[in-house]
Design a protein around this ligand. Structure first.
Ligand code: ADP
Ligand code: ADP
Ligand code: ZN
Length: 215
């Protein structure tokens, strides 16, 4: 199964992608994670993306399409992929269609996770991640079981994104509403769009996603 998770920053895409990975053996392709790795390793792409990301704006389509095109053709995507953070513009969605056609692959569903703006700000403000295994947490909504220790891998090192603040969130939400939301009708017209209520707790959202993927 090949799916896209769409939702504003903090909607729960990464959280849900991890559940789906574990349950169905699909692979999560997070363009945000790929970009953050490129920034950290000071790759040319990272150097170009760094300040754009810090401002909460979108990285140019051509760069993103090139990144996904190389990634999606790799053998580990054969069992299915979950796109998290891509496509984010209509031109990216069109480019994705073209590259899937070339590879003889198809999309099975596009799942929209809907969350109110106020809740999004609260979610990104409390978000942190295990620096070793990437497990995601939240100060209030998904605290560590044991203080200072990752539930999944036992590491004691965590990181917070520097764009996860109320100020940058304003431009990220604007980018979502102006540039990403227009891809919803694009997929609706293809009969692929499924929406779930992302305001519910994490397990309920997972159940709702499994439900829409079953049909
Ligand atoms: P979130 O999970 O909070 O929605 P991401 O980790 O997906 O955020 O993305 C972080 C930043 O990386 C974005 O604000 C944007 O600058 C950049 N980015 C990620 N994916 C894309 C994309 N497909 N197109 C353009 N920019 C992107
Ligand atoms: P995205 O990938 O869409 O930006 P994340 O999956 O990283 O979003 O979730 C953002 C933050 O909100 C994380 O700290 C996560 O633990 C928390 N979170 C995710 N889903 C829920 C939910 N249904 N209810 C409350 N908090 C959630
Ligand atoms: Zn960990």
């Amino acid at each position: 199964m090949n799916i896209i998770l769409i939702g504003a920053p903090g909607a729960g895409k990464g959280t849900q992608a991890r559940f789906l990975e574990e349950k169905y053996g699909m692979i999560q392709l997070s363009t945000g994670d790929m970009l953050r790795a490129a920034v950290k390793n000071e790759e040319p792409l990272g150097l170009e993306a760094k300040s754009i990301m810090a401002e909460g704006k979108l990285v140019p389509d051509a760069l993103m399409v090139g990144l996904i095109k190389t990634r999606i053709a790799k053998p580990d995507c054969a069992k299915g992929f979950i796109l998290d953070g891509f496509p984010r513009t209509v031109p990216q969605a069109e480019a994705l269609d073209a590259m899937l056609k070339e590879l003889g692959k198809k999309l099975d569903a596009v799942v929209e996770i809907k969350v109110d703006d106020a809740a999004l700000v609260e979610r990104v403000s409390g978000r942190f991640t295990c620096a070793k295994c990437g497990a995601g947490y939240h100060d209030t909504f998904k605290p560590l079981k044991q203080a200072g220790v990752c539930d999944s891998c036992g590491s004691a090192e965590f990181s917070r994104r520097n764009d996860d603040n109320a100020e940058t969130m304003k431009s990220r939400l604007k980018a979502f509403n102006d540039q990403t939301a227009p891809i919803l009708p694009y997929y609706k017209a293809k009969g692929l769009l499924k929406s779930v209520d992302g305001m519910a707790d994490m397990q309920k959202v997972t159940a709702a996603i499994e439900e829409v993927l079953r049909v």
